[in-house]
Design a protein around this ligand. Structure first.
Ligand code: ZN
Ligand code: ZN
Length: 279
């Protein structure tokens, strides 16, 4: 059973859809750090792995239903992942009601339920939605470093005209802002949701582990531009503090919700306290 969460952000409802958790070698997340340093800050299993969550977003405003990233799709890792649509169904909403789909970046763990296979052809999962991707990620993942996931799940949407490219900061619906947060990928984007003075910030892969919040110089081996990552983190951490934003972090343990707490010159991750789950 995955761990769908529902949170009110002012008049907007945010669902966190749990695509699943699987264990992944921790060293990939600390590419520029001597092993002994990061190993002192977290526990791994005998194989050096840690559980990695896959928490994605569904935002319900007065007029729109917006999906943020879509997970692993048919890439199941022995049944551990690919559960996004199961959680979606638990919301009582239907995929055809989705008006927009935001892609924080074009990595395979964020785009593979953008499409569904119908009679041998890839069709959009969210049939009536406009899909968004930063133009910089489109360029990178089709021209510079193409991937089979982008070819399978984004190229058909571009061909059918359902994929829209954006540059820089934009507001795709009242109170739903796309913020460029480059480093992990060139077009990596975070999503700020504002309503009635309340804010939530969907970080994307700005941080993969809670220790990245207290060690913003420690970067993942998946970052295409790791030199940018610490600067982007500093800017977004300040914004989150200023807005007192609830943060959603895709790869922290489900549901990946928390706040930043200032400690000295830096921050630590404070997971959101939720009532115990029953049933
Ligand atoms: Zn990524
Ligand atoms: Zn990811």
């Amino acid at each position: 059973m995955t761990a769908m969460e529902e949170i009110e952000v002012g008049a907007t409802t945010l669902f966190v859809l749990d695509d699943g958790t699987w264990r992944f070698p921790a060293h990939f997340f600390f590419a520029n750090v001597p092993a002994a340093q990061w190993q002192a800050r977290l526990d791994t299993d005998a194989e050096g792995k840690i559980p990695v969550g896959h928490n994605h977003g569904l935002v319900k405003t007065a007029h729109e239903l917006i999906v943020i990233d879509t997970g692993y799709g048919d890439d199941r890792h022995g049944g551990c992942t690919g559960h996004l649509l199961d959680d979606f169904e638990r919301t009582g909403l239907r995929p055809e009601q989705v008006t927009q789909v935001v892609t924080t970046h074009a990595h395979g763990d964020h785009i593979q339920r953008h499409t569904l296979l119908h009679a041998g052809r890839r069709r959009p999962t969210f049939t009536h939605a406009r899909y968004h991707l930063a133009r910089a990620d489109w360029h990178w993942f089709t021209e510079v470093a193409p991937t089979p996931e982008v070819e399978t799940h984004l190229v058909p949407l571009a061909r059918s005209g359902q994929l829209t490219f954006f540059d820089g900061e934009c507001e795709i619906s009242p109170g739903v802002h796309l913020l460029p947060t480059p480093g992990h990928t060139p077009g990596h984007t975070s999503v700020l949701i504002e309503s009635g003075g309340h804010c939530a910030l969907f970080l994307g892969d700005l941080c993969h582990h809670a220790v990245h919040f207290s060690h913003p110089q420690w970067v993942s081996s998946f970052d295409t531009h790791p030199e940018l990552t610490p600067h982007t983190r500093a800017r977004i951490f300040s914004l989150a503090e200023h807005l007192r934003a609830l943060l959603i972090c895709p790869h922290l343990p489900a549901p990946g919700l928390g706040h930043l707490m200032r400690v000295g010159d830096g921050f630590v991750w404070q997971p959101l306290n939720r009532p115990a789950r029953h049933g």
